[in-house]
Design a binder for this molecule. Structure first.
Ligand code: PLP
Length: 409
């Protein structure tokens, strides 16, 4: 019989969302007709901006005539989209990124999961705890970790994100080869200051390490003092790859489009010491495994940068940020410390105790669903995540219900 990849056997079942769904179903079965408000979801609720819809339709119309039909596109994405990204997301904000350093993709999940195909097998990797699980699981599948014991994989360096460090870890004392960073963070909603990112870039340059910077939520940053790209930090072009997504920026979770930035000057060595640019390796990888994002989707994504698109995207993000602000106010008013919810759609509430126990209490007493923090890592215990991706009415109703429960408690 053919053998499977044994590393799959190491993967600790991440039953977080399945377990959340199971408990919600069980609650609904026992309480028919009782309203449940889902404040745990990481998916957007609002439709695509009108400018994106129009461009999407125009792209489909192009496909309908021989003269304008588009077949396979460039592996790295159409120039019209890469040029718009480079100019608007980076150059206009003082970050030096050129269109040919951008690789358009079907989203940040694929990119953050696949990038480790460029890594050597024995790379030492640092991972924040709590964390977006893709970074960990993709490395486990590739055999870059040992067994899962006491909630952690052997062989990974964990960076504790705690109330003490404001959920933003400092570089570790020991040297690692690669580190995953995500700001604004999922699940904590924490953001990193310029000084904190400078410390990471300094560490990476000193240790010849690679920073894998996930900026899927950068559109939520409204504080002008906060960096939105790692490339706003001098030296980052020599040590960082950045991942972006249109999912949360413009409601593309079901449309699928994102991109990775790999500066041409970002270099690494092979086992013989020969130095190679990661840009060329990723281009080769994409050419082998990926046939590009569909033309209408890239047209829709490019519309994010049109005059109308920019205004509509701003309105969309303003809407979610107002949800987050309202919920954050209610959580703080209840005396629960929290981070996020200001420059992020996520709110990380330090409820104390067992996060599943808090989940159960909130569900049974208020009909509100949150996400237990322990599902994102050991340091998530004692916390729950609330998401601002919801209708305004649901958020207002959840706030009213929450007040009743927390007053009792
Ligand atoms: N990175 C982070 C931190 C996320 O939270 C998510 C989605 O929830 C993604 C990446 C995935 O984004 P995409 O929809 O572009 O694959």
């Amino acid at each position: 019989m053919f053998q499977i990849n044994d590393n799959f056997g190491k993967i600790a079942g991440n039953y977080l969302f399945a377990e959340v769904a199971r408990r919600v179903t069980s609650f609904q079965d026992k309480n028919p007709g009782r309203r449940v408000i889902k404040m745990g979801i990481g998916d957007v609720t609002e439709p695509l901006p009108a400018a994106c819809i129009k461009a999407f339709h125009d792209g489909v119309t192009d496909m309908a005539a021989r003269e304008t039909f588009m077949g396979y596109g460039p592996y790295e994405g159409y120039a019209f989209l890469r040029e718009a990204i480079a100019r608007n997301d980076f150059q206009d904000r003082g970050a030096d990124v050129s269109p040919d350093e951008i690789f358009v993709s079907d989203g940040a999940k694929c990119d953050t999961g696949s990038i480790q195909e460029l890594f050597s097998h024995n790379l030492k990797i640092a991972i924040p705890d709590p964390v977006y699980p893709v970074y960990v699981d993709s490395n486990v599948m590739a055999g870059r970790t040992g067994a899962f014991r006491d909630g952690r994989y052997e062989g990974l360096t964990y960076l504790d994100c705690t109330p003490e460090n404001g959920y933003v870890p400092a570089p570790p004392k020991e040297a690692v080869d690669a580190v995953y960073l995500c700001f604004p963070n999922n699940p904590t909603g924490a953001t990193a200051t310029r000084a904190q990112l400078e410390a990471w870039v300094k560490y990476a340059l000193a240790n010849k390490a690679l920073i894998l910077f996930d900026a899927a939520y950068e559109a939520f940053v409204r504080d002008p003092a906060l960096p939105r790209s790692i490339y706003e930090i001098p030296g980052a072009r020599e040590c960082a790859i950045e991942f972006r997504s249109f999912s949360k920026t413009a409601g593309f979770t079901g449309v699928r489009c994102g991109f990775a930035v790999i500066p041409k000057c970002l270099k690494a060595a092979d086992s013989s010491g020969k130095v190679t640019a990661l840009h060329g390796l990723w281009m080769r990888r994409q050419a082998t495994r990926f046939n590009g994002v569909s033309y209408p989707v890239q047209r829709a994504a490019a519309a994010v940068y049109s005059k109308d698109g920019k205004a509509q995207v701003k309105n969309l993000i303003d809407f979610y940020l107002e949800n987050a602000r309202l919920f954050r106010e209610a959580i703080l008013a209840a005396g629960i410390p929290c981070v996020g919810g200001d420059n992020s759609p996520y709110l990380w509430a330090h409820v104390g105790g067992d996060s599943w126990a808090f989940f159960d209490r909130l569900l049974s007493e208020a009909g509100i669903v949150c996400t237990p923090g322990s599902g994102f890592g050991r340091c998530g215990e004692g916390h729950v995540r609330f998401s601002a991706f919801n209708s305004r009415q649901n958020v207002l109703d959840a706030i009213a219900l929450l007040k009743g429960v927390l007053k009792k408690g």
